[in-house]
Structures are given as C-alpha cells and as structure tokens.
Design a protein around this ligand. Structure first.
Ligand code: F6R
Length: 607
C-alpha cells in the first residue's frame, strides 16, 4: 500500500529511486512522484498513472546531478488518483517535501487549523498536512529533527514517511508508526524504503525500524532516535539471506507465473530443518515457549484467510485442537471471547496487514498468546507476536498471492503434526506418512507444473467468454474453492463465487445455465461421492463443468483435469497451483495486467 524510497549516496539519486519504485510498484500504482534537491532548489516531479508516465516526464529533464532524494508510488486513500494528489507533497514555500504511506486520521482537524492561519493546500490528501505542519514548526525556529518530532506528536494515525529539506541538503529524515519502513545500509550510501527489494541491488544489510522511531540518514551515516525524546536508539544491522534474483522475474513473463513455479522450492524451504520423517516429528522450537493450546483462533485476510480455513481442517483432524478461523476485519470488532489457554494464529504474507495486526493487538490485550505466521522477516507481525513462524517463501512481488499460500499450508501442516504429537492425537505412523507425503510434494509438483500450465492455458481459452464462474469444494477443498474464485476475479475481473459444494442447492443452483460454468474441486477422497452428486445436479441444469480431480475418480464432466493424489488433505498442494494457473492464463489471455490488477495493492496497511 504505497511504496516509498529515499536515497542518500554517491550515485545519481533519481535513477536509483526510479529503479526502487519499479520494485515497489506492486504496493500501489495509481500515481508516482519524486523530489530531490538540485542546484539549490527543491524539484518535485509527479505523474498520474503508472510509473512509466513519471519516467517519461523525468526523461524530459536533467535529473542527474542530485545524489539524494525521495520517491513514492501511490495507492489512493484520500483524494482521487490524479497528479495533484500524487506524492511528494510540499509546504507553501517549497522548503521541504514529504512522502507518506499510511493514513493521518486527524488530518481534517489539523488542516482546518492551518487553513485558519492562511495556509493554502494544493491537494486533497491527508499527507499534505504533514508538509505544512512540519514547515510551520520550522518557521518557529525549530530544526528539522525537533520540528518533525513535534509534528509526529500532533498527528494520529499510521505513517511511514520520509522528508527532504533545503535546510539540510544530502540528508533525509524518516519516521514510522504502524506502516513498514526499513533502512538499507550501504557503503557510502544509505536507503529508506517500504520494503527490502527496493534497494536489494545495492545492499543486503538492513535495519528494521520500530514504531515511534525516527531516523536521519546521509551518504556516510545513519542514526536512529526515539521520535518523542530524540534520544539515540541502538539498532542491529541484519543481513538478509535472499538476493536480487529472488526479487526479479527471472525470464518469466510475469512475477505471478514465476511465483507459481517457485512453489516446489517454497515447500522445501519452509520444511528445511523442521522435519524428521523417521521420527514422525515436526521440529518447531519456536513453539517450545507455548503450552499446548486449548483452542486456536486463526485470524487473517484474503488468501491468508483461505490458508487458515484449510488449516482448520488439518488442525482439528490431526491435532484435535478446536479451531476457529476469522476474517481479521471482523474479529477485531467482534468483541471475541478469549479464554486462558486460547492461542491466536495470525497469518499474513506481508506481516503488515492492518486488520490482522489489529486482531493481534486485541488478542494480546485479552491475554491470548499469538503465533505470527508470516513471510516478511522483521515485519510488524513478526515483532508483535509472542512466537514467530517464518514461512520462508521469499519475496512475493505479484499482487495476487500464490506461493505465500503454499508456504502457509506447509507451515500449518507442520503445526498440525507438531500439535498432533504433543497432544497424543496423531499416531507416529500417521505423522510419518504425512511428513513423508509433504517431503515428496516438491518433486511431484516440479514435474507436474509444466503440464498443468498447458492444461490451464487450453481451459482458459475455452472458457474465456464466461462472465461468471462458480467454484465448488467440500471439506479442506472448500477453502480452495474460495481461493480459486478470488484469484480469478482479482486478476481477470471475471465474477466468481466460491461455495461449499453442499450449500449449492440452497441458492446458487438457481444461477446455473450453459453460460455459467462451474469449476469443481473433486479429489478422490471420502467426500468424493458427495461432490460427484453435486456435480450431477449442476449437469442436470445444463451447466458446464471443469473438475479438478485425482486419477481413478471416474467423473463424467466436460473437462476432467487430473492431478496426482497425496496424503489426505495434502492433495490441496497439487490442486492449488492448478487454480492459480487457470486464473493466470485467463487473465493473460484476456490481456489484463496480471501483476498489478486494478484497484489492488500488495500489503493492505489501511483498514
Ligand atoms: C489475494 C491477496 C490478498 C492478501 C491479503 C492479505 O491474492 O493477495 O487477498 O492475501 O491482502 O495479505 P497478507 O497475507 O499480506 O496479510
């Protein structure tokens, strides 16, 4: 949700910033802008639409002298996605410029006060108040550090912000509260960004900033301080393990496709060091500090919520722990009853989703322990959870989440096996079989993916006229039906509904006709006969069916799509990529912007 980058160093800043914005564009892409100091003046260049528009505009100017500056790619919250609302925003005298990710909740009140003093606003954004307020404190004679501290004291809401100011050329100031901001420490250069890939070509040494911290960088140094007191704060520099290749397309047409094809590795990476098949043991030292939960509450949004819903089936079946799965935006306002012994599992790829984090805070306030299952190292979720379980999927750049869900399913399987052992619910043989099944998945998936893609491509073309799809599944495949529908609608803009197959006859069956296809998840398991009956009901009404199934199922529908079977619900690992590839091929065939679908942004850091 909005990408921000700041650079101080020895290179021409604008190209570095643009490259960083390109890597952050998945966070928002309805407008973009940069600000830099050159020949004693503050320059701000902004453009509506995608980054390419900004690049075109910058191409018309000489921007190679500046060696520090800031850049922003926007996902609109306040004000239309037009140029005047694009960041950076300046004060009236153009002494400073600010970029911001988050929401200033009391901006209207501050704006009214500033306007009463004659301040003229140029945009409809909440962010602009930051620029004017900061300038007003500086006009009273405060230096930037103190003025920024006073500004932050006045604003309510969330922010990661960076300021460039004529008073201190070659220096940037930044601060964070509930929006991500990392510092990249280079040699003779330093970076600030919403996310590590922005500066990954230059450094892998990072400092994770905490809420309430402020930072000053120049080319040669960096200093973190408490935003309220300005007292210095000691920080560790951490070296991240993935490199720039992990954040590039690597020859694939889209990040989404690359990330779908990375799933075999993702399963292996998530399992690495955590599985002892011979002992039938999932090794999760992270959980040693927690007692066995009496009940689990899984809290998440979107695709992560679907992973959690799948997790409920395996946690109840294998671990025997009563499990509830909640959409975070509902959980946080629901006044949930949490009892001693309850544990909340918060699932989030980014670790920055505002609703999920609010759910975590609520759970902790009520005395529950929180396991944060997240991908992004050092994210807010990782910091705010009692126990962190990193899913090790590597950077996920495509807005539509794919490999992250695969890693979440892997982590939930390990959690279920672990709790199944601790609670004595899962026999050693079953644990061994399950872990053996999990270990075989990367190899099987690797072999299957190219064929799956070909099939997905043919099916997508054959159904490209459809304007609606029904996705059906039962048991652990019901969450996959939800996920298949979500993927299709978010990237191809075709309406799709995920439904529990048994619920279809309670309403949606009225929609079925030859132009409304059904995509069924029909693994050959104990519920197969039930799904088969549901599909016969669809056929009886003239509905066309694609059925994702296993060999030996004997289904007679329009398109039977077989994938190998795995241990129990683990067949989901082989069905999920098929759903993802179908949505991908459909969107690509229809000419949609696969990696940056309209209206969406990765990492939803606002409510
Ligand atoms: C869908 C998608 C979103 C995210 C959701 C939660 O493809 O990407 O639905 O899954 O916004 O994001 P995280 O997992 O980062 O909390």
């Amino acid at each position: 949700m909005c990408g921000i980058i700041g650079y101080c160093g020895h290179r021409p800043a604008v190209p570095v910033i643009l490259e960083g914005l390109r890597r952050l564009e998945y966070r928002g892409y309805d407008s973009a802008g940069v600000a830099f100091l050159q020949q004693g003046a503050l320059h701000v260049v902004r453009a509506e639409g995608k980054l390419a528009n900004l690049e075109r505009r910058l191409g018309e100017q000489n921007v190679f002298l500046a060696t520090s500056g800031i850049g922003h790619t926007r996902w609109a919250t306040h004000g239309l996605p037009v140029e005047k609302n694009a960041h950076p925003h300046t004060d009236a005298a153009r002494r400073l410029a600010v970029i911001h990710n988050g929401i200033i909740e009391n901006f209207q009140e501050i704006k009214n006060g500033l306007q009463a003093c004659g301040c003229v606003f140029a945009s409809d954004t909440d962010t602009e108040v930051l620029a004017h307020l900061l300038a007003s404190f500086m006009d009273q004679g405060l230096g930037i550090e103190k003025a920024l501290s006073r500004t932050l004291d006045r604003v309510e809401g969330t922010y990661a912000l960076v300021v460039v100011c004529l008073d201190e050329p070659g220096v940037l100031y930044a601060a964070r509260k509930s929006s991500p901001l990392v510092l990249g420490v280079g040699v003779g250069e330093n970076f600030l960004a919403s996310d590590i890939p922005a500066f990954l070509p230059y450094t892998r040494d990072v400092v994770f900033l905490e809420d309430g911290e402020m930072v000053r960088i120049d080319a040669a140094s960096w200093r973190v301080m408490d935003a309220a007191t300005l007292a210095p704060v000691d920080k560790d520099v951490r070296r991240i393990t993935w490199d720039v290749a992990a954040a590039q397309k690597g020859g694939y047409k889209h990040f989404m496709l690359k990330e779908i094809f990375e799933q075999p590795k993702v399963i292996a990476d998530c399992m690495a060091g955590r599985v002892d098949v011979a002992a039938g043991r999932a090794i999760l030292p992270e959980l040693a500090a927690l007692p066995r939960p009496e009940r689990l509450f899984i809290v998440a949004c979107g695709t992560s919520f679907h992973a959690g819903l799948w997790g409920m089936y395996v946690l109840e079946r294998w671990a025997g722990v009563p499990t509830r799965v909640e959409i975070a935006s509902e959980f946080r306002y629901r006044d949930p009853i949490l009892l001693p012994g309850d544990v909340v599992v918060a699932i989030s790829q980014s670790g920055e989703t505002a609703d999920t984090l609010a759910g975590v805070r609520l759970a902790r306030e009520r005395g529950a322990k929180v396991i944060g299952l997240c991908n992004v190292v050092g994210s807010s979720l990782a910091r705010e959870s009692d126990v962190v379980f990193y899913t090790q999927a590597g950077p996920e750049i495509s807005v539509a989440s794919t490999k992250a869900m695969c890693s979440q399913l892997t982590a939930l399987t390990l959690l279920a096996v672990h709790l199944g052992e601790v609670g004595g619910r899962m026999s050693r043989q079953d644990r061994m079989d399950c872990l053996h099944g999990l270990c075989r998945l990367p190899g099987i998936l690797e072999a299957e993916l190219p064929g799956m893609r070909e099939r997905a491509c043919l099916l997508a073309k054959a159904h490209s006229e459809a304007t609606s799809f029904l996705y059906l599944g039962r048991g652990p495949y019901y969450p996959l039906a939800l996920e298949g529908a979500l993927k299709l609608k978010e990237i191809s803009y075709i309406h799709a509904e995920g439904y529990a197959a048994g619920e279809m006859k309670h309403g949606p069956i009225a929609l079925i006709d030859p132009r409304f296809p059904t995509f069924a998840l029909a693994p050959v398991d104990e519920l197969f006969p039930k799904v088969k009956s549901n599909l016969e009901e669809v056929q009886a009404r003239g509905g066309r069916i694609i059925a994702l199934t296993n060999p030996g199922g004997d289904l007679r529908v329009d398109d039977v799509w077989e994938v190998p079977r795995s241990f129990g619900p683990l067949s989901a690992f082989l069905m999920l990529p098929a759903l993802q590839l179908f949505a991908y091929e459909m969107a690509d065939y229809l000419g949609k912007d696969v990696d940056q679908p309209r209206n969406l942004a990765k990492s939803v850091t606002v409510e």
